[in-house]
Design a protein around this ligand. Structure first.
Ligand SMILES: CC(C)(COP(=O)(O)OP(=O)(O)OC[C@H]1O[C@@H](n2cnc3c(N)ncnc32)[C@H](O)[C@@H]1OP(=O)(O)O)[C@@H](O)C(=O)NCCC(=O)NCCS
Length: 309
């Protein structure tokens, strides 16, 4: 009873905080519209029929009239009726994979649990025609042509990002692209697809030894125990998305620019980028063979000139 009251109070406070924050944006930021965003996406090279994996920061776009839902409509307009959108709707109640594995009695329920990945994924979950994969830490959601194929049976994949995961299937889609809306090269899940696929041949051991089994419910309420191997916490500290690793974010941005693989442009007010998924994956593999990974030390980065042919 007390717990329910606390939850309700927290929800009211959060709604109030969000309203105040949106008001500030409305008064302080440039206003952008769905149509304006669609035009910007087209200038970035997003075309009808594309499949996009989208990482985003809503507030970096400027004040979007219609909020996150309007951004989703703009993305749908940009890829058209034969396109596909795939968004990270991960739910990590512990904050990290390790901490989530340590939560006793945690059972992921795709119908009940939201996402910790920001306002756009949150709005996407609530949009019509979106399918969500069943996974205790890295559930993804998709809309469009490949939505069923991408989200299906994630809970039966032997690992989070490997064979039969949405990432490996996504790489195989025609016109598949990773899109960063107002984000750096840091919070990009795609890197882990290569690590998972390379396994022991990846230059370093990024996972813990033991694979855990975490419980999920499917849409029929059946329970599944899903294999999850947490990241090694010590190695994760050195990763490209850590606040202190601006050197890695800068290296990867300049490397993908120098090779011509990254297309940069403005979407609304946000500095944004797009990289074809297969080329992204292949180039990460090449970098790994030259000891440049998203965990590389400053010395390892210095030893490999950016854009080496
Ligand atoms: C963490 C992260 C989500 C923060 O970005 P953000 O823009 O601050 O947060 P959101 O995208 O959730 O947008 C919320 C903000 O949009 C703003 N906002 C509200 N209404 C808005 C509107 N109509 N138009 C524009 N912005 C608006 C608010 O300032 C809000 O901030 P609040 O939380 O204080 O209310 C982002 O930096 C990031 O890392 N994104 C990638 C996440 C991801 O995919 N991770 C997986 C990789 S492993």
């Amino acid at each position: 009873m007390l717990e329910r009251a606390k939850r309700a109070a927290r929800a009211v406070l959060e709604a109030w905080r969000r309203a105040a924050s949106a008001r500030n944006m409305r008064h302080g930021a440039r206003h952008v519209t769905r149509a304006g965003l669609t035009a910007d996406l087209a200038r970035l090279g997003i075309a009808h029929g594309d499949s996009l994996f989208v990482h985003s920061s809503l507030k970096s776009l400027g004040y979007v009239e219609g909020g996150a839902a309007a951004v989703i409509r703009a993305l749908q307009d940009a890829v058209g009726p034969h396109g596909t959108l795939l968004l990270p709707t991960y739910y990590l109640p512990g904050g990290t994979v390790r901490a989530t594995c340590d939560m006793k009695d945690y059972v992921f329920d795709p119908r009940r649990h939201g996402t910790h990945m920001g306002r756009l994924p949150e709005a996407f979950l609530a949009s019509a025609g979106v399918r969500r994969s069943i996974h205790p830490t890295h559930s993804v959601s998709a809309w469009g042509r490949h939505a069923d194929a991408l989200t299906e049976a994630h809970h039966r994949a032997p690992s989070i990002f490997g064979v039969d995961s949405p990432w490996q299937r996504f790489i195989g889609c025609e016109q598949a692209k990773v899109l960063g809306l107002g984000i750096s090269m840091g919070p990009v899940t795609f890197y882990h697809a290569l690590e998972d696929a390379m396994g022991d041949t990846f230059p370093m051991a990024v996972w813990e030894e033991k694979t855990e089994l975490l419980a999920c419910l499917d849409y029929a309420g059946r329970r599944w125990d899903v294999p999850v191997r947490p990241f090694d916490p010590a190695i994760a500290q050195r990763r490209i998305d850590q606040p202190g690793r601006g050197d890695l974010r800068d290296y990867f941005a300049r490397e993908f620019d120098a090779t011509g693989l990254r297309v940069n442009g403005q979407v609304g007010d946000a500095a944004s980028w797009c990289i074809a998924a297969q080329a992204f994956y292949d180039h990460l593999g090449r970098l790994a063979s030259e000891h440049v990974t998203i965990y590389a030390s400053a010395a390892e980065l210095a030893a490999r000139p950016i854009g080496r042919a």
